[in-house]
Design a protein around this ligand. Structure first.
Ligand SMILES: [Zn+2]
Length: 297
């Protein structure tokens, strides 16, 4: 497996690329399985009545409807909690792997700063709540790149408290921006969020729907969002190879954890905990993996 971003950083800094782990499955698209409900039946009927094919989700988009989603079979507590994920289903076996995320990034090896470039576009708000993670889906056309290699943004989601740590300290909240390149390789950019007094218009638009989600899908054609406004000004980062932090815990994920936090108002954390509850996986051992620190200064 080749890791374009990490290898580019390492080659540029004269570091031997590490031997990466293997990918067990492409990703955790459990969210795509939708529950069959009367609402889907109605919209499907509407589609049939039209002379041209018109996807069901497009109707929801037009109507701003919520649609139930199949809830995932894992969680963050008791017998469905993180310590049991690897045994809940054969496809979650990677959760018991040796190259898992999140990790503590302390002691990252300092390398020359190699900037990440973000080209994010605005899009209508599309949210899916599977009961453990609320995910914002983004349409094609937004990219993150470094060293000329491009990854497309596919969506983003949040964890409270944050998952990665620096010196044992986790942020109050953590944003995960999910990307994939043309070969299917996953790169996630993590943004630390610390409680302060700063309101954020993008978070506010998403949070307006959090409490009402409860295992559903929401399309808001009139509500535009651009995740560019969730990034800090200083985009120094830590980089390492790990995994998805939720089942199926797919390994071979390139992580870029931004070092500088974004300040957010305390109310976002409280509202998230009321709507979703805590959803952070415990820290995982590095098992000899290198962490690079690509800091502006
Ligand atoms: Zn995540």
């Amino acid at each position: 497996m080749w890791y374009p971003l990490l290898d580019w950083v390492k080659v540029r800094n004269g570091i031997e690329p590490m031997c990466p782990g293997s990918i067990f499955s492409t990703d955790g698209r459990l969210l795509r399985r939708r529950a069959r409900t009367h609402r889907i039946a109605i919209t499907s009927l509407l589609s049939l009545l039209l002379p041209v094919a018109f996807p069901v989700h497009a109707w929801h988009s037009l109507l701003g409807l919520q649609e139930p989603v199949t809830r995932v079979d894992w969680g963050y507590a008791a017998d469905r909690g993180p310590e049991h994920w690897g045994d809940l289903a054969p496809e979650y076996a990677a959760c018991k792997g040796e190259r898992q995320s999140p990790v503590d990034l302390s002691g990252g090896q300092r390398v020359r700063y190699s900037p990440l470039s973000f080209r994010y576009r605005s899009s209508p708000l599309s949210i899916v709540d599977n009961g453990s993670v609320i995910r914002v889906e983004t349409p094609p056309g937004s990219y993150m790149s470094v060293g000329g290699h491009r990854y497309q943004l596919e969506g983003f989601h949040f964890h409270v408290p944050g998952e990665h740590r620096i010196g044992g300290v986790a942020p109050d909240m953590e944003l995960h921006l999910e990307h994939r390149d043309q070969q299917g390789r996953i790169a996630i950019v993590a943004v630390f969020m610390r409680v302060g007094r700063r309101m954020n218009s993008i978070l506010s638009r998403i949070w307006d729907h959090l409490l009402g989600m409860q295992g559903s899908r929401f399309y808001g054609r009139q509500t535009g969002i651009n995740p560019r406004f969730l990034l800090p000004g200083d985009q120094s980062y830590y980089a390492y190879v790990g995994s998805l932090t939720e089942p199926p815990c797919t390994e071979g994920v390139e992580w870029f954890v931004l070092a500088k936090p974004v300040e957010i108002d305390r109310s976002y954390v409280h509202r998230f905990l009321r709507a979703v509850g805590p959803n952070a996986r415990p820290i995982q051992p590095l098992n000899g993996r290198a962490v690079l620190a690509s800091l502006r200064r």
